[in-house]
Design a protein around this ligand. Structure first.
Ligand code: ACM
Length: 482
């Protein structure tokens, strides 16, 4: 729902004679032509000069006229449509609104109106876990198309976890010739059957990974849709697949024993830094997600190397040992011009001033982070975990648990009352998280996210004043029937 919509009398119908006209560069115009080809505006050609009547003008204007990186204005009267924005992103979002109006119109007739719009939050995210089940690049692109339509701008790509490594790393080929493949068809059979991996050419192998070319292709596809992909490389926990492949990086030195990297050995840092070098080469995102959640830290308590590290670095607890590791990786990424996002556990043992916290175990992590002057992204399980049941469990496919209806998602307010105005500005936005333990197919993933992701899209974009459940409910159900 846009920030402001004013209806006027009359309407405008897009006809076969209607043309786009724009002051955008020839290159941007071509990029838009290519993009629009797959949409309901795809048949409208560009004219070389102003069209007078019957045109759709894409007007790149001064930021004093339309202010904000993602803001736009749409004016429709009986002569045509004018879309103004001071950035190409604003033009892109205005086009999404036009597409939405068209998809809800009869015979391409649009009401005369003025829309002034800009997002409430700069971060509007969807998360995709491709470790528990692998989803191919075409599926990822499909999600990016849908995200753009709903003005979401961050895909958090959970590329590594204990159930499989999914990104080609040239320096460590075994991550994708071995750690990306399970000798079981079903995740649950693998889980109870020993949680082992197998060679890619094993006839039982189930899994997959993205080549570096695949990644570049998807990142470029996202950029064309004004979406940043934030890759997540998990550490120090959720790393069984790496330690099965390179057991020397674990405290026991044996495969299939530990889930956490050994923080005592320098080999761990060498490995992670080499992986991250390839990751930052592939992803232009300013932020790299380094995980940080749910490390058991138990092997560190008895590992002589971890204990020596703690003594040498004067660390009093395994929480501080985790912080030591996160801070070192953060410094490495900062030195390469990047910043980190981590799950809220990165607060324990000492949070560095420049890390962004993804608050998932509730809102407390996010509150603590912004009160310390850090940025936070709100994704509490109670409202944002789209792997939970969305209706009575006995009517639903298997899910992780929980009970999260569309109405409950929509009721989420990302800025807790306890924050000052200045602290509230450090809340970057919201994200829907989708863990795929019980989501083996593309159809099932979409079943889980729709319509709930639309609630998060609207929470991320629309000012709270325009949020109205009954109205949203009707629109959300219409949208999923498109
Ligand atoms: C998480 O759900 N473990 C971040």
């Amino acid at each position: 729902m846009p920030r402001s919509v004013e209806y006027h009398s009359g309407n405008f119908t897009i006809s076969p004679e209607t043309k786009f006209y724009t002051n955008l560069s020839a290159e941007s115009r071509q990029a838009l032509t290519d993009y629009l080809e797959g949409t309901s505006l795809g048949s409208v050609p560009f004219a070389e000069s102003a069209t007078g009547n019957n045109g759709i003008e894409l007007n790149l204007c001064d930021s004093s006229i339309v202010t904000g990186n993602e803001a736009y204005r749409i004016e429709i009267d009986k002569k045509g449509i004018r879309l103004s924005a001071s950035t190409e992103t604003g033009i892109f979002y205005g086009l999404q609104t036009l597409l939405q109006l068209l998809n809800n119109s009869d015979n391409k007739t649009l009401p005369a109106l003025t829309i002034n719009d800009s997002p409430r939050f700069p971060y509007r995210g969807l998360h995709l876990d491709v470790s528990r089940h692998f989803f191919d690049k075409e599926f990822v692109k499909k999600q990016l198309d849908a995200m753009a339509y709903f003005k979401m701008n961050r895909l958090h790509w959970h590329l590594t976890d204990g159930a499989g490594w999914r990104i080609e790393i040239k320096k460590y080929p075994r991550l994708t010739s071995f750690a990306a493949w399970r000798p079981f068809d079903k995740l649950n059979d693998w889980w109870v059957g020993g949680r082992t991996f197998c060679e890619q050419d094993d006839p039982r192998a189930v899994g997959g990974y993205y080549t570096q070319d695949d990644i570049r292709e998807v990142v470029a596809y996202a950029a064309e849709r004004h979406i940043t992909i934030i890759p997540e490389i998990e550490m120090p926990g959720h790393s069984e697949e790496v330690l099965a492949t390179y057991p020397e990086l674990s405290c026991s030195g044996k495969p299939y024993v530990n889930a956490d990297f050994c923080i005592g050995t320098e080999k761990t840092f060498e490995f992670l830094e080499n992986v991250l070098l390839e990751v930052i080469d592939l992803f232009p995102s300013e932020y790299i997600h380094i995980g940080g959640d749910e490390a058991s830290k138990s092997s560190w308590k008895t590992c002589p190397r971890c204990q020596k590290r703690m003594a040498d670095e004067h660390l009093n607890s395994v929480d501080e040992l985790q912080s030591y590791m996160i801070h070192r990786i953060e410094k490495f990424l900062n030195d390469h011009g990047r910043k980190i996002i981590g799950w809220d556990e990165i607060i324990e043992g000492g949070l560095s001033p420049t890390a962004t916290v993804m608050s998932w175990r509730g809102e407390e992590g996010g509150i603590k982070a912004v009160k310390a002057g850090n940025q936070a992204i709100m994704t509490p399980g109670k409202y944002c975990y789209l792997d939970a049941f969305q209706d009575a469990p006995n009517t639903q496919p298997m899910a992780i648990g929980g009970y999260l209806t569309l109405e409950k998602v929509y009721s989420f307010e990302p800025v807790p009352d306890s924050l000052s105005t200045k602290e509230a500005e450090l809340i970057l936005g919201v994200q829907g998280n989708v863990w795929t333990e019980h989501i083996p197919t593309p159809e099932h993933y979409e079943y889980m996210i729709y319509p709930r992701i639309l609630a998060l899209a609207e929470i991320g974009w629309s000012p709270s004043e325009v949020k109205k459940w009954d109205n949203f409910h009707t629109r959300a159900l219409q949208a999923v029937n498109i």
